[in-house]
Every structure is written in structure tokens, then in C-alpha cells.
Design a protein around this ligand. Sequence first.
Ligand SMILES: Nc1ncnc2c1ncn2[C@@H]1O[C@H](COP(=O)(O)OP(=O)(O)O)[C@@H](O)[C@H]1O
Ligand SMILES: [Mg+2]
Length: 240
Amino acid sequence: MTTPDRDLDGGLDRDLDRGLDRGLDRGLFITVEGIDGCGKTTQARRLCAWLEDTLGSGRALRTFEPGGWGGGALLRRLLLDGTVLTSRTELLLFLADRSGHLDAEVLPALNRGQWVVCERYTDSTLAYQSWGRGIALEEIEGLSNWCRFPAPDVTVLLDVDEKTARSRLGARGKLDRMESGFETDFMARVALGYRELARRYPGRIVVVDGAADEDRVAAQVTERVTERVRQRRRLEGERT
Ligand SMILES: Nc1ncnc2c1ncn2[C@@H]1O[C@H](COP(=O)(O)OP(=O)(O)O)[C@@H](O)[C@H]1O
Ligand SMILES: [Mg+2]
């Protein structure tokens, strides 16, 4: 068994803005973030379809956390529907899931040259477990560094207020364990956390108004991702 390379760009470190540093020979690692019901699944699907149309069939992989890998179904069930005793246990389970997902899905795809569109990643952990649950940001970043999680190249944050997101989920019926955070001020804190992360990492996170209609959001997402790719090409051009 080969060990997938976790040193794509040196882990999270202090500066999550380093995501644009990787070579052009591989596809980009794009993450889609935001609170429950903001439209991640909808937009990740559309972005992936657009990438495949633009770059060719088989060039993009759509995946998700938690649970988007062979061993992940059990962890997803536990995290979304099970009983998780403490915030620290929850954090460790999410990190374990990410670690397995990177090894099994994300890194092999990037190493094959594919683009990866991943629904939820490190910003989810920072927003939900730090702003939401109150675990110190530095502790989560320290553990993420230890895990050598690579920074995404581009993160699309779908910004939607909690009321809009909650009303979209209404149609789904029962809320899962994380979604029940709408019933307290948990989800509002998470939304705040996401906005703060976007302020901290403007070079990596693009904020898109997720409250607009689906087509408009999709157009914004492709426009902003394209902008980032062009920006990266310019940077690479200057360096060579
Ligand atoms: N821009 C939009 N406007 C209105 N409803 C939307 C929009 N995007 C998604 N939805 C709907 O909102 C619900 C949640 O969307 P989803 O993509 O599953 O969000 P998430 O994956 O972030 O939880 C779905 O029923 C979806 O059809
Ligand atoms: Mg979803």
C-alpha cells in the first residue's frame, strides 16, 4: 500500500491562505462551506457538473464530509444521529473521519490530477466546534496540523442567514443531531464563525450570497472560482 502524500502544501499551519501555492499540473481542491441548509449539496453538484463540462468527463470528483469514504458511513451515522458524549469526542470523530476521507478519496484524486469538490472540510470544524461548541480555535488548528490536513485551494462559503436556511430544511422533516442546533443559538454562532473565517482568510475563502435563487448562486460560484484560478495562473506566471 502506498502512503498518500499529506504534505501537499505543508498542512494548515497558521496561514490558511497558502492554498493557491500548488502546481498547475494538478486539479484544484475546492471546498464548499456554510451552515446546514445553505445549499452546499445543491451547489457542489452544479459546480462539479460545470467542471466536467468545461474540463472533460472524469476530471472532477464530488465528495463530502462527514462520511464520504468507505469507512465513513458508520462515522456519519454516529455523528449525525448517534449519541456523542462531549464536544471533544465529537471533534475527534470529525477529525478521524477527515483523516480517512483524505487518505481514501481526496488525496488519491488530486494525485491523479482530478479536481476535487468537497462539501465541508476544515472550516466546518472551526465554525461548528469552535464558534458553536466553544473549543479554542488554536486547539483545533493544532490538531489539524498534527493530522497534516492540506489547505484547500479555494473555499466557497455560501452565506445564508439561519432563518432562511432553517426554512429550507423544514421541508425535510426531522432535523439531525447537528441540525437541531437551529433550535438554540448554536447555528447563529456557527454562521458568525464562518463570516469571521472569511475575514481572516480572504485569499482562500470566497463568499457568495447563498440566499439568491439557485441559478444565480451557481453563476456566482463558477465566476468566483474562475477568478481564483486565473489569479493563481498569474501568480504562477510571475514565479516562473
Ligand atoms: N438558492 C436556493 N434557493 C432556495 N432553495 C434552495 C437553494 N439552494 C438549495 N435550496 C434547497 O434548500 C434545501 C437545502 O439545500 P442543500 O443543498 O441540501 O443544503 P446543504 O447541503 O447546505 O444542507 C434543499 O431542499 C434545496 O433544494
Ligand atoms: Mg448537504
